[in-house]
Design a binder for this molecule. Structure first.
Ligand SMILES: [Cu+2]
Length: 125
């Protein structure tokens, strides 16, 4: 009887934990952009998003033309605001995806080996 009760408690706890995880807001927003060329692009985008209160961390992959924004816990950022920030900075938004992946997971998947050097075109005024 005692043993059975323990198992039931563990089961309920697992269920409660999975519901909590499901109810959580998105972890990151991954945005594919056009026009990312050099490290200055990455810096500009990083600082633009760093001004937003919901931003935890920003990761820019030049190789993959990807901007990933990690959101603070229980905070969110409008898709429209993300798009506007990028468009205002001079980049086109190709696609936007909300995921539960952390920036570390995204970085791992990108397999970026440092930022590409040279080839810096004068696209900044
Ligand atoms: Cu640039």
């Amino acid at each position: 009887m005692n043993k059975y009760h323990l198992h039931l408690t563990a089961g309920l706890l697992a269920l409660a934990l999975s519901i909590t995880a499901w109810a959580q807001s998105d972890t990151s927003v991954e945005v594919k952009v056009n026009g990312l060329v050099c490290a200055f692009c990455a810096q500009g985008i990083t600082s633009a998003f760093s001004k937003e209160p919901a931003t935890e961390e920003v990761y820019v992959s030049l190789e993959n033309q990807l901007v990933a924004i990690a959101l603070k816990k229980d905070m969110d950022m409008d898709n429209a605001l993300i798009e506007k920030t990028l468009v205002d900075a001079g980049y086109d938004v190709v696609s936007m995806e909300r995921t539960n992946r952390t920036l570390a997971m995204i970085k791992d998947q990108m397999g970026d080996h440092g930022s590409p050097d040279g080839g810096h075109q004068p696209h900044h005024e």
